[in-house]
Design a protein around this ligand. Structure first.
Ligand code: ADP
Ligand code: TYD
Length: 207
């Protein structure tokens, strides 16, 4: 089973993803946690490039680098774990590219990016995707006013219009695939959110 967490920076994805791991392990499951971009030597090096505020790059290059990091992760680690029956928890997956590079950067049609991502992942699609929805003000407050300011990483420095487009694109993706996405109100407290995630995972977990 593959589970992904999506949402803008500061929505609470990592908090939810990390709380799921010990709970699944207590149920006797083998769990692999991956955070994108990253998770392999190559992908971590690409992450450093992508988030370095001293570097500027063309949006198409940016999309290819996020995709390259993902391709490496899927082919060198994720696919084996998935085929071996592990529950793979992805702290972001290809929907992030569609929302950030497609919506945020307005690089290409979401549909084209989705098709491209199918090649990047070799056709792997999460079984469940939890979209944690918060508005920009909430995310900004949680990140200590880093979003849209010139103190954050390269992606966080994109302006507020960028992040509004990312939010809108995530909403469109969730509307288009209601059978895969569960949209959660990320302004709820951490425990309430985790309870909804766990209930949904249980309902969809293979025997
Ligand atoms: P993300 O992985 O989406 O960037 P994090 O899980 O790292 O977000 O959370 C960002 C910040 O917000 C952290 O300081 C975290 O403790 C806090 N946080 C996460 N979820 C909630 C929540 N539901 N309510 C209030 N604060 C939260
Ligand atoms: P990270 O610090 O992991 O942010 P977060 O905790 O919110 O996940 O940084 C990853 C950044 O890269 C984040 O701003 C989202 C962005 N991103 C993309 O633009 N496209 C992608 O395909 C991925 C995976 C991430």
């Amino acid at each position: 089973m593959i589970i992904s967490f999506e949402g803008i920076d500061g929505s609470g994805k990592s908090t939810q993803a990390r709380q799921l791991i010990p709970w699944l392990e207590d149920l006797g499951k083998s769990v692999m946690y991956v955070r994108e971009p990253g998770g392999t030597d190559v992908s971590e090096r690409i992450r450093d490039l992508l988030l370095d505020p001293q570097i500027s790059m063309d949006p198409f290059t940016e999309m290819l680098l996020f995709s390259a990091a993902r391709s490496e992760l899927v082919r060198s680690r994720m696919r084996t774990a998935h085929l071996g029956g592990d529950i793979v928890i992805c702290d972001r997956f290809f929907d992030s590219t569609v929302a950030y590079q497609g919506g945020g950067r307005q690089l290409a049609e979401p549909r084209w990016l989705q098709q491209f991502q199918r090649a990047v992942t070799g056709g792997i699609v999460p079984d469940r995707t939890y979209l944690i929805r918060v508005d920009l003000a909430t995310a900004t407050a949680r990140l200590g006013l880093r979003l849209g300011a010139d103190t954050g990483d390269r992606m966080e420095q994109a302006g507020s219009d960028f992040f509004r487009r990312v939010i809108d694109t995530y909403d469109e993706l969730a509307r288009a695939e209601p059978e895969r996405f569960l949209v959660l109100d990320g302004t709820q407290d951490i425990e309430a959110l985790q309870a909804q995630v766990r209930q949904d995972v249980l309902a969809h977990m293979p025997d």
